[in-house]
Design a protein around this ligand. Structure first.
Ligand code: AMP
Length: 294
């Protein structure tokens, strides 16, 4: 049987339990920040954290400040009981599941502004989103004081924002990034996938197919970002249920648009499929075999 898993609703309770654990062990603390409704993507982060840390803390918090007015805050799926069981099976030590009032008490005003890295891609259609993300992650880092924190490559812009924040604000947290976990047809796992009808779900896999095509073209020597973007847009447009928001190629660290694939680039897409807003990405690596072409 897996050991007992403590679920903390308040910062005081969490910090008492952290102190208790840290008295027993001087090892590393890992934090996995989530919004809950776990799937294999979340579990892969917990599993990786478990292999590297003595104390694994998972936070479950649907952070209201990263949702815009037209976003799905009220509809966001939740099943904390099931989440606790799944985390228990990964031998997580502590779950921190605070209320919004616990995180943002009356009079709360301070925010972290991530700057230009948060302006493009998802920042365009979700103004304020990454400010909400950076602020809540900064708070979680200060509350838990982890040595390392785990994030998924699925949210590539989020990863870049957090890495930049850690660098700029001198957080002593090692940022670990795990690969995207996908369904058999390539669709990236997401808590939001449950919003889709069976037909929408089937059409949604076109996002990964377009990204994969871009990856294959780059492997074959394509370096021109405009041509790759046109190809991705055309591929995605073939599925009428998929309403493309963007298909872009950017520098993976700065999130700025690139014209040519030099070294490494990130191909990223966002689309509405029925009620679900989905994002996905792949890393493009310049083919050295074809470096004399063009
Ligand atoms: P969320 O609960 O959606 O905020 O996600 C919590 C963490 O899990 C984030 O760091 C995500 O990037 C990561 N994550 C979500 N979906 C996946 C996936 N399909 N594969 C890997 N990591 C994921």
């Amino acid at each position: 049987m897996a050991p007992e898993l403590n679920v903390c609703r308040t910062i005081d309770d969490l910090q008492d339990r952290l102190a208790f654990f840290r008295e027993k062990t001087s090892g590393l603390t890992g934090l996995v920040p989530t919004m809950g409704f776990f799937h294999e993507g979340h579990l892969s982060l917990m599993r990786d954290a478990r292999t590297q840390c003595d104390l694994v803390v998972v936070s479950i918090f649907v952070n209201p400040t990263q949702f815009g007015e037209s976003d799905d805050l009220d509809a966001y799926p939740s099943d904390t009981e099931r989440d606790v069981e799944l985390a228990r099976a990964q031998n997580v030590d502590l779950i921190f599941a605070p209320t919004a009032a616990e995180m943002y008490p009356p009079g709360y005003e301070t925010t972290v502004n991530p700057g230009s890295i948060a302006e493009g891609l998802c920042g365009l259609s979700r103004p304020g989103h990454f400010q909400g993300v950076a602020t809540v992650v900064a708070k979680l880092f200060n509350i838990v004081e982890p040595d390392a924190a785990w994030f998924g490559q699925k949210d590539a812009q989020q990863v870049s924002v957090i890495k930049r924040m850690v660098r700029d604000l001198n957080f002593k947290v090692d940022i670990k990034v795990c690969p995207i976990v996908r369904e058999n047809d390539g669709l990236a796992l997401s808590s939001r996938n449950v919003y889709m009808s069976p037909e929408e779900r089937q059409q949604a896999s076109i996002l990964y197919q377009a990204l994969k095509k871009a990856q294959d073209k780059v492997e074959d020597g394509e370096k021109n970002a405009s041509r790759l973007k046109r190809m991705m847009r055309k591929t995605i447009a073939s599925n009428y249920r998929v309403e493309l928001e963007y298909a872009k190629i950017v520098d993976p660290e700065t999130m700025q648009t690139v014209q040519q694939i030099n070294g490494k680039a990130l191909a990223a897409v966002a689309a509405k499929v029925g009620p679900a807003r989905l994002i996905d990405n792949v890393i493009l690596i310049e083919s050295k075999e074809h470096s004399c072409e063009e």
